[in-house]
Design a binder for this molecule. Structure first.
Ligand SMILES: Cc1cc2nc3c(=O)[nH]c(=O)nc-3n(C[C@H](O)[C@H](O)[C@H](O)COP(=O)(O)OP(=O)(O)OC[C@H]3O[C@@H](n4cnc5c(N)ncnc54)[C@H](O)[C@@H]3O)c2cc1C
Length: 392
């Protein structure tokens, strides 16, 4: 397959790599230690023109396709996993707005991003509901001159920092049946309250506590599309392609750090740098080859995604997410085996990278779900219920 990209896109990837190195990486340790929002890193992403990667050019964005925007995430993640994971949520929301929004909604919402550097969260997961975003318990009901929303979400990345959150909700359609609809909720309005804490193993800077909506009033303009329309757009699964890129990116950052350490340090009694040790060389080869394989499958999944049937998309995404998670966890094991106890020290970035990588299997789809989907596709089983179990 040909993954060559246009020259203008290469410039964007070079910018992303520079932002990762110069703006995100120097802040990553402090953000992780304090478990705080990555505000300055997001500002750097905006100031370097990357916040609107998935906004069409007509609305002032970069108009990147799935492959190129995924590559941007991979570059950024090598600098800071948390900033990139939250930025990723934001970019997928932009895809939803583009697919479902009216011209007026697009003009208003995209202008907030391009001109003001505002961020959008995506809040789907719910406490007490296994399987992530489905079935949706947060409900929206008609009220005078708008709607009211009630319920609780958890794992709300950027709660307290994003300007609006795209909340996955449930609304009655014209026949009274409840269907999914995305609602762009202004996070500053009455009835929105952060109700949980965020103090986690990894991805500590995503700051993703619980949020409760208590008779929260929403105006007509906040709803994206018609009830149920979102289910036909095929955007939900693209979250996992971005996650795959992020975990490959973090793991690549870990490998790069490991290689530099090996080239510049000796272990007694050998006078040569660690990089001359045969066992270490083998570890480097295994890590880089696993990452290269995962990257190849990710890129080809991105390239083929929009041409595929629904089941074909689940399959492509499951392969990409499974192999990326496996490769990243493998890298975390190999760097730990290669450098021993010293990597447990906070003074080395590997300690943080390993904790961030560990969250790979928690993000949907889980390895169990990926394997189920891959096997069903291989066996020719078209599982129409898959969407309702995708979240875990
Ligand atoms: C750092 C981080 C940031 C996140 N940010 C966001 C965000 O911004 N927005 C958002 O919406 N979500 C977010 N999430 C949540 C993430 O999407 C969820 O972790 C994911 O949806 C999986 O859901 P879960 O963790 O509740 O796992 P579950 O679905 O509860 O699965 C846990 C285990 O239970 C099993 N299981 C599932 N259903 C059943 C059942 N019925 N019976 C028996 N076993 C079952 C699964 O197979 C799995 O082994 C974030 C998570 C993390 C870690």
């Amino acid at each position: 397959m040909d993954f060559s990209i246009k020259q203008e896109h290469q410039g964007i990837l070079d910018t992303a790599a520079k932002v990762a190195r110069e703006d995100l990486l120097p802040r990553a340790a402090d953000i992780d230690l304090k478990s705080v929002h990555t505000t300055e890193s997001w500002a750097a992403i905006w100031e370097n023109g990357l916040l609107g990667t998935t906004i069409p050019k007509d609305y002032g964005g970069l108009g990147l396709g799935l492959l190129e925007s995924t590559m941007v995430l991979e570059k950024l993640a090598a600098g800071c996993a948390s900033s990139t994971a939250s930025f990723h949520m934001h970019t997928v929301v932009q895809r939803y707005i583009d697919a479902l929004g009216t011209v007026q909604q697009k003009e208003e919402l995209f202008s907030e991003v391009v001109n003001e550097g505002k961020l959008f969260g995506s809040w789907g997961s719910e406490p007490g509901t296994h399987g992530g975003a489905a079935p949706v318990k947060v409900v929206v009901n008609r009220a005078k001159e708008g709607y009211v929303m009630n319920g609780t979400k958890h794992f709300c990345t950027m709660a307290g920092a994003c300007h609006r959150a795209m909340v996955h909700t449930n609304i009655p359609d014209k026949d009274g049946n409840r269907r999914t609809i995305m609602v762009m909720v202004p996070t500053w309005v009455e009835g929105v309250a952060i109700t949980g804490e965020w103090n986690t193993l990894g991805m500590r800077g995503t700051v993703s506590p619980s949020v409760t909506f208590d008779n929260c009033f929403i105006d007509e303009n906040a709803l994206l599309g018609e009830p149920g329309e979102v289910e036909e757009k095929g955007i939900e699964q693209t979250f996992a392609l971005g996650d795959a890129a992020i975990y490959i990116g973090i793991a690549q950052g870990a490998v790069d750090w490991f290689k530099e350490y090996a080239k510049s340090h000796t272990f007694d009694p050998s006078p040569q740098p660690l990089s001359h040790d045969l066992l270490l060389q083998r570890r480097v080869a295994e890590m880089t080859q696993r990452l290269e394989g995962a990257r190849y499958v990710l890129y080809s999944s991105c390239q083929r995604y929009w041409e595929e049937s629904n089941m074909g998309r689940w399959y492509l995404v499951s392969k990409a997410k499974y192999l990326a998670s496996e490769a990243a966890v493998f890298v975390s094991n190999m760097v730990a085996a290669g450098l021993g106890g010293r990597i447990a020290h906070r003074r080395y970035p590997l300690e943080r990278m390993i904790r961030d990588i560990r969250t790979a299997t928690l993000m949907p789809p889980s390895p169990d779900r990926c394997l189920e989907v891959i096997a069903k596709y291989e066996l020719g089983i078209d599982d129409v219920q898959l969407a309702s179990r995708w979240g875990s």
